[in-house]
Design a protein around this ligand. Structure first.
Ligand code: MN
Length: 207
């Protein structure tokens, strides 16, 4: 079961995150792409690509960059249910991933090579995104690892050069939820989270 690790980490009575179904989607629908900005122990962006009924997931501490010269560390995390791509809210304290989650970007993705399992194995996935904030050609490449986790599942998320490449700092310039237009602090305020803590993930002066 691909969602075993996801479910094991969570108590579904305590968190409003979805438990996930095992056959959630029709194979012929276009593949979901989503990024969640997550103020947990540390701020990070959860980058998710639907594949075989789950969301392949990477935690990107600095978030994506539109600049092809910038490589962003992306740590592979457990597969998430497809329904997670709708989740925005507060994970209660004491629960896994406790903190505020914003749906930062969402859309569809298309793998350049249809053999995504092979690409995962090989450690290089080339794809295009059709999101609201991120578009065009990207690549995820597995690396040998960084610092204290040399054998860890470290990848790099890199924009390819195309008309969507840009020097614009997209995480700073587009800090709001793609669906609710809220900042992290506003999500925390509306949903009973830690507003002070959440606001540390928002650009200053945008509240
Ligand atoms: Mn996360």
């Amino acid at each position: 079961m691909k969602l075993d690790e996801y479910r094991k980490k969570r108590q579904f009575g305590a968190t409003t995150e979805p438990r996930g179904m095992d056959d959630a989607r029709d194979e012929n629908e276009s593949l979901i792409y989503a990024v969640q900005k997550h103020m947990a122990t540390n701020l990070h962006y959860d980058f998710r690509l639907e594949w075989h009924g789950v969301l392949l997931s990477w935690a990107v501490p600095k978030g994506p960059s539109l600049d092809p010269a910038v490589k962003r560390l992306a740590m592979r995390t457990e597969d998430h249910p497809v329904e997670y791509s709708d989740f925005e809210g507060v994970i209660p304290s004491g629960q896994y991933g406790a903190g505020t989650v914003m749906l930062w970007d969402r859309g569809t993705w298309h793998p350049e090579n249809a053999d995504v399992d092979g690409s995962l194995q090989k450690g290089e996935i080339k794809f295009t995104l059709q999101g609201k904030k991120l578009q065009g050609a990207w690549v995820l490449v597995r690396t040998r690892g960084f610092g204290k986790n040399p054998s860890g599942p470290a990848w790099l998320l890199i924009k390819h050069r195309d008309q969507y490449a840009s020097a614009k700092d997209v995480t700073q310039e587009e800090p709001r939820s793609v669906t609710s237009r809220r900042l992290l602090a506003e999500i925390a305020r509306d949903e009973g989270g830690d507003v002070e803590r959440a606001s540390q993930g928002d650009p200053s002066g945008k509240g």
